[in-house]
Structures are given as structure tokens and as C-alpha cells.
Design a protein around this ligand. Structure first.
Ligand SMILES: *[C@@H]1O[C@H](CO)[C@@H](O)[C@H](O)[C@H]1NC(C)=O
Length: 327
């Protein structure tokens, strides 16, 4: 007998409520089990991290290598890359690095083939490289806006397309998107940065949806949204909530990856603040932003980039100012 549509909807809702109840109990129970008891093994994994020469990228690379993963670093900072590789190898870890400018699609595809041949199939992809110029809209040079888009979001398409085919073949893998709290809230001097981070979150959620709906349950995804981290990226910024320490962020990211955590928002309290964006009246939201969190004011003191970014024509083999590339 065909049930009427309303009965089907009722049935689905009842099943959903039941499942949610079970999932909430599950989450509560899991919080009592330390994460290291639930962690998956990294042995045999090949982890590729973009922007692994410095900042949290380098710290994540070191931690993954310590856990037994073979770590591949992509960056355009050769000295930073090499010193990370050296440090990992001195500690008995397996690691190598490739110069790859991820703003260049052809270079990404070429470097991906080289990795596949020389190291093997990547099972953990961490889209970590990030870039920020830090100016209000009218002061943003056009080429810097484009560069921000290329590094922070467009590159994710090229790297994921390059490595996901093998993951799909084996229904095994993990894709990590390092976005930002700026991808959940827009802020001062961030019309480009924030927009690319919003894009990264939309990209990530859609990718997750495609993998789940198409039955790739063995490919996990993790979205990372940290607030300001005390690295070379946001120098001079004076947030009211203290900056996150890179070591802490790297630790949270790696332990999150090990338990296939879906979303990592740091500091953790942020997740209680975020819903207010949709619940409070807009004027109150702005008051919270401006008078309590002082987000815009904190960005006003951001240190100017020392050198002008030099981008040669369009092939992007550019010289990049000090550390701007590290997440
Ligand atoms: C390269 O990386 C190292 C280590 O993170 C950093 O100290 C250095 O400033 C970076 N150089 C450039 C040109 O970005």
C-alpha cells in the first residue's frame, strides 16, 4: 500500500529524531574516552601538506611524521621547506619536499604526478597554504586579490582533483581544509581573505556531501576554522581574545585528524558565539563585533607587508614577501 506523502515525511522525521538522539548520546560518551584511545594509525599513510614550510603547516608536518606518516611538503619557500624536512629526518621521520606554486594549476598537476611516482598515492591531503594581504577594499591591489583567491581557494580544486582519484579507487583517504573563523564571519581588511575562507568552507561542505552521497564512506573530511594564530601571517593584529598558539592549533588539528573529526573550530568557545550571528538583531551583532570582540579595531593595527609582492606576468613564479605564505 502506498503511504501518503505526509506519512512518509512523518516517518522520516521520527527516524531522524531517533538517530539524532543516538548520535548525541554517542558524542557525549565519546567525550569521556581520551582521543588517543580512538586514534587511527598514521603508519603507511602518505600525507601531503601545502604550505608546510612554516607556521602551523610545518608543525603539523612534524607531528604527522612522528606518528609514522610519510610526509610530503609543498611550498614555495625552499629554505623553510628544507629545514622542516631536515628536522623531521633528524627525528627519524620520513619526509620530502617539492617546490610547487599552487597558484599555478599546471604546476600542481605536474608535481602531483611526480609525488605519485616518487612517493606513492597520497592518502591524507591537507590544504593548508594560506595568504593574506590585509588592506581595506580600495587599497587592495588587484593582483593581490587574485593571488589571495588562487592560494586560498582555487588551489583546493587542483590539489583535490589531483589526489582524490586514487582515494576514490580505494575508498580510503582523508581531505583536510584549513579555513578560518574569518570564513564564518567577515571582518575588517578581509574582503578578499574572508571571502576566500567562506568559499573554502562552502567547497569543503559540498565535497563532503558529494563523497557521502556517492558512497565514499572511507574518505574522511576535516574542516579547520581557527581564529588568529600567533604566526607570521597576522603580525601586529591585537585581538581582544588572545591569539592561538601555533603549537596548540597543530596539536588540535592532528588529534582531530586521527579521530576523523568533521569540524575543528578554535578556540572552542567560538562555536557558542557563532549562532548569535543568526539569532541576534543585526545592530546588536555589530555591537558585539565592534564593542565586545573589537574585531575591526584589532585588524587596524595589522603590520604592513614589508615588500611589495612581485608577481611576474601570469605564470606566478613570483617572489613572495617574507613568510606571507605560511599559514
Ligand atoms: C621561509 O620559511 C622560514 C621558516 O618558516 C622563515 O623563517 C622564512 O622567513 C621564510 N622565507 C620566506 C622568504 O618566506
Amino acid at each position: 500500500m502506498e503511504l501518503p506523502e505526509w506519512a512518509n515525511v512523518m516517518y522520516d522525521v521520527i527516524v531522524f529524531v531517533g538517530m539524532t538522539f543516538v548520535y548525541i548520546i554517542e558524542s557525549i560518551l565519546l567525550t569521556f574516552i581520551p582521543r588517543n584511545y580512538r586514534a587511527k594509525s598514521m603508519k603507511g599513510d602518505i600525507a601531503l601538506i601545502t604550505g608546510g614550510a612554516g607556521g602551523i603547516g610545518s608543525l603539523i608536518a612534524k607531528k604527522l611524521a612522528k606518528l609514522g606518516a610519510y610526509v610530503v611538503i609543498w611550498d614555495i619557500n625552499k629554505t623553510g621547506m628544507e629545514s622542516t624536512v631536515r628536522a623531521i629526518r633528524e627525528n627519524g621521520g620520513k619526509c620530502c619536499c617539492y617546490y610547487c606554486d599552487i597558484t599555478n594549476k599546471e604546476e600542481v598537476y605536474k608535481a602531483a604526478k611526480t609525488v605519485e611516482i616518487e612517493v606513492g598515492s597520497v592518502t591524507l591531503l591537507i590544504n593548508n597554504a594560506g595568504y593574506v594581504y590585509g588592506k581595506t577594499l580600495m587599497d587592495l591591489p588587484d593582483d593581490e586579490i587574485e593571488r589571495t583567491y588562487r592560494v586560498n581557494i582555487l588551489s583546493h580544486y587542483w590539489t583535490t582533483k589531483a589526489f582524490m582519484k586514487e582515494m576514490m579507487k580505494n575508498n580510503h583517504g582523508h581531505i583536510v581544509t584549513v579555513a578560518s573563523v574569518a570564513g564564518l564571519l567577515g571582518t575588517y581588511k578581509c574582503t578578499d581573505y574572508s571571502a576566500t575562507k567562506f568559499a573554502a568552507i562552502g567547497y569543503h561542505e559540498s565535497l563532503f556531501s558529494e563523497l557521502r552521497a556517492d558512497g565514499y564512506n572511507g574518505i574522511h573530511t576535516t574542516l579547520v576554522c581557527p581564529a588568529y594564530i600567533n604566526t607570521d601571517m597576522f603580525v601586529g593584529v591585537t585581538p581582544r581574545i588572545p591569539m592561538l598558539e601555533p603549537e596548540h592549533v597543530a596539536e588540535e588539528v592532528v588529534s582531530g585528524i586521527l579521530v576523523n573529526q568533521a569540524v575543528i573550530v578554535l578556540p572552542k568557545t567560538t562555536r557558542f558565539l557563532l549562532p548569535l550571528k543568526y539569532l541576534l538583531p543585526a545592530k546588536s551583532c555589530w555591537a558585539l563585533m565592534y564593542n565586545i570582540l573589537r574585531g575591526p579595531q584589532s585588524m587596524m593595527t595589522m603590520k604592513e607587508k614589508e615588500e611589495k609582492q612581485i608577481l611576474k606576468n601570469n605564470n606566478n613564479f613570483g617572489i613572495i614577501s617574507n613568510s606571507a605564505y605560511a599559514q
